[in-house]
Design a protein around this ligand. Structure first.
Ligand SMILES: [Zn+2]
Length: 213
């Protein structure tokens, strides 16, 4: 084959120097406003929130001893601990005060509600000498109406149930005129009937309307 690749002759001219010398100049430093830790990438004052504080501190001590002193000198740590515990203390106090105030307000509201609530025992004449007794308002004193109704049924050996009155409110209706006994039971806090102040109970009478039979 005639084709013979000749090796190129060494060029006579001066060889161009390689573009980058082995020891490249340091990259130009960008205008640094904020210093970032090379270990955890946070600003040094936040290194403690990273997971590499020990290495962060080593780096800072090496590269920025002045900052290291600022953040980790005994005085700095002392000041910081003092501040932190004071902050923590203040926060704790505030939190517990808030909690207390909240609980107090809640108890206050519940108490006000109770005190303005009223239990009415109403004797209602259904027919000639036939009565029912309707008790309204016990639920405001955290009394379970069903349990109370059952207690009345047992006590008086008569019908007793929770029903809605004309206003759509729950009340207990007991067969028969047992209003005096019911009053006594509530005043005495018998069984589930606890927590109603005497002054919050009243007995009323609903007479049969004239003309009816
Ligand atoms: Zn760091």
């Amino acid at each position: 084959m005639p084709h013979n690749k000749q090796p190129e002759p060494p060029s006579a001219g001066p060889q161009p120097q390689p573009q980058a010398p082995a020891d490249a100049p340091p990259e130009p430093k960008p205008p640094v406003q904020v210093l970032y830790c090379e270990v955890c990438t946070f600003p040094p004052e936040y290194c403690e929130f990273g997971s590499s504080l020990t290495r962060c501190k080593e780096w800072l001590q090496e590269e920025h001893p002045d900052l290291f002193d600022k953040y980790y000198s005994d005085e700095a740590l002392q000041a910081k601990v003092g501040t932190l515990s004071l902050e923590a203390q203040t926060k704790l106090e505030k939190d517990s005060m808030k909690k207390e105030a909240k609980a107090e307000a809640k108890a206050d509201a519940a108490m006000k509600k109770k005190m303005s609530s009223h239990v009415t025992i109403k004797r209602i004449e259904r027919n000639k000498r036939k009565y029912i007794t309707a008790i309204h308002g016990l639920e405001a004193f955290d009394i379970d109406l069903k349990k109370a109704a059952k207690q009345f049924a047992t006590k008086f050996a008569t019908g007793s149930s929770v029903t809605k009155n004309a206003q759509g409110l729950d009340e207990i209706v007991v067969q028969g005129d047992v209003s005096d006994e019911v009053l006594e039971m509530i005043e005495g806090g018998v069984g589930v009937l606890k927590g109603v102040p005497e002054k919050n109970i009243s007995v009323v009478e609903e007479k049969k309307k004239k003309g009816g039979e």
